[in-house]
Design a binder for this molecule. Structure first.
Ligand code: ATP
Ligand code: MG
Length: 523
């Protein structure tokens, strides 16, 4: 066996070292499992799945909120040699169907909260051979599904005789679908282990730590940075079924949580919730934010209320996810930055219009200088192997060993990375590159603007022109917004929207990111 562990082997090793420490706490159902107990359940789950016909490399999908069962099913299916396919429980039946069909999933584990989606979509879930239902303690469970607890209880307790290699596929995780249809990202066990080492090294998480999984485990930020990295070091994970700010705060106090990693916007919700429930928070040692920039004033309030020590990371599903880190001791000097590359990682900023062919090597001459905005390219050991079923997309994204992120950004003189926008959203008008956020940031300063998205529209004369899609409180006209933009000294005339579209809402993916490709498609 390789000395590099597979994902289920990280659990086995932690169990040998810390058998009696608590691994999983799931307060919603009063579940508390030590490492030894978790490991036993996982072995039973693996054996039960094998006995039900799950074979090595079969894809097993989870359509589940966070729960202790999520963790048992995850490690169990991996110990059975299967590939983990988490599905966002907020997706519509057809979107779930697309993922199940694309990944060729044979088993679907779901719950009461996702039962309706399954029942509406079942006819098109053609690859699924068996349904497993987690809430088998409720009456009137679906007749077509096997009960999860019954299944696991019946599983043998001896370690299954299945060989899993670190280079084997561990997961197919679908991206959030911000820039198009979600892509299946293939990661090996080795990628997850490398990411564990990276993340634990950067954040210092150890066996005494207690983290709250408040964000969804189907997303690889919570999965890899939360659950997997904690299991890797024998730490404790407190699992919240669904995000509820007040409940999260209560759990921080009740369980004496030390680490909390949530999206930047969620920190605001938590801060507001401190007025609603009694909250002490003295156990918190590290707060982490990600997924979007954190306004400096919000960060300051959070540091006063929660913990002085904050960090952030930048990455994406394809990188497993974290590639850059901004650590507590450097956050004051580089607030707007997403940090520098993590150990063994590299960042390059590349001219976005070049390197479109997979054969084009990334040479230093393509690399832009500090201060210049271009496409962010990353490389590091946890990087994905490929996109599932999409060789052309893989060839476009991975060139010469670098992952081309599709994000635009720049490095400063000290090598700190700043995000600007998504490359696909960049507008080229009359030969000038326009980054939508420059314009959106101006519009957001107008009190009547609730939401704004800038996209390019084809134009014979200019190539593209700038169009603004806005959601307002109804108190502002197109000419007033145009005047507001022209009065703004930071906005060059060529960046000013040529047209405004007033909308009641903007299309968003389930994580709340605006889907500009849908606005472009509507034009
Ligand atoms: P798709 O690839 O399907 O369009 P997505 O890129 O939104 O969806 P994810 O992998 O969940 O899917 O998100 C990664 C993206 O999130 C990054 O490419 C980047 O645009 C954004 N992001 C990640 N970390 C940060 C951060 N710290 N600050 C701001 N944006 C971030
Ligand atoms: Mg992406």
């Amino acid at each position: 066996m390789s000395s590099l562990p597979t994902v289920p082997e990280t659990l086995a090793r932690a169990t040998r070292t810390y058998p009696d420490r608590e691994a999983i706490v799931y307060p919603d159902k009063d579940v508390r499992l030590t490492y030894a107990e978790l490991d036993d359940r996982v072995t039973q789950c693996a054996n039960a799945l094998r006995a039900r016909g799950v074979e090595t490399d079969d894809r097993v999908s989870l359509l589940l909120h966070n729960s202790a069962e999520f963790a048992i099913a995850l490690f169990g299916l991996l110990r059975a040699g299967a590939v983990f396919n988490p599905v966002n429980y907020r997706l519509a039946p057809d979107e779930v169907g697309y993922i199940l069909e694309d990944s060729g999933s044979t088993h679907l584990i779901f719950e009461e909260a996702t039962r309706e989606t399954v029942e509406r979509g079942r006819e098109r879930f053609e690859t699924v051979e068996e349904y497993v239902y987690v809430d088998d303690d409720v009456e009137d469970g679906p007749a077509y599904a096997t009960g999860f607890h019954e299944l696991v209880d019946g599983g043998a307790t001896t370690t299954p005789n299945v060989t899993v290699d670190p280079t084997d596929q561990y997961a197919i995780m679908y991206t959030s679908g911000t820039t198009g249809r979600p892509k299946g990202v293939v990661h090996s066990h080795r990628d997850a282990t490398y990411h564990n080492m990276l993340y634990t090294g950067q954040t210092g998480v150890n066996f005494t730590d207690i983290g709250i999984s408040a964000m969804p485990l189907y997303h690889n930020a919570e999965l890899n940075c939360g659950l997997l990295s904690r299991v890797n070091v024998g730490a404790k994970t407190v699992i919240c079924h669904d995000f509820d700010p007040q409940r999260t705060l209560e759990l921080v106090d009740e369980e004496r949580a030390t680490h909390l990693f949530v999206a930047s916007r969620v920190w605001r919700q938590l801060l507001e919730a401190t007025d609603e429930v009694p909250f002490d928070g003295s156990s918190l040692e590290l707060g982490i934010y990600g997924a979007a920039p954190m306004p400096p004033s919000l960060l300051e309030s959070c540091r006063e209320r929660f913990t002085e020590r904050y960090a952030t990371a930048y990455g994406m599903t394809e990188m497993g996810p974290c590639a850059t880190f901004l650590l507590p001791f450097e956050i004051d000097q580089h607030r707007e930055s997403v940090g520098r590359p993590g150990p063994n990682h590299e960042v390059r900023i590349v001219e976005p219009t070049e390197n479109e062919s997979p054969d084009d090597p990334v040479t230093p001459s393509d690399t832009l200088e500090a201060g210049q905005t271009g496409e962010i390219a990353l490389r590091g050991p946890p990087m994905m192997d490929r996109y599932w079923n999409a060789p052309e997309k893989t060839a476009e994204a991975i060139r010469d060993g670098w992952f081309f992120t599709g994000d635009a950004g720049y490095l400063d003189d000290d090598g700190y990375l700043y995000l600007v926008d998504r490359i696909d959203d960049m507008i080229i008008s009359g030969g000038e590159n326009i980054y939508p956020t420059d314009v959106e940031n101006v519009l957001y300063q107008h009190d009547a603007v609730l939401e704004a998205a800038i996209v390019g529209e084809e134009s014979e004369e200019w190539g593209e022109v700038v169009v603004a899609y806005v959601v307002t409180d109804g108190s502002v006209t197109e000419s007033a917004l145009d005047e507001f933009c022209s009065d703004h000294d930071s906005l060059a005339a060529f960046k000013r929207p040529r047209r405004y579209e007033f909308r009641d809402e903007l299309p968003k993916n389930p994580s709340g990111k605006i889907q500009k490709f849908k606005l472009r498609d509507d034009q």
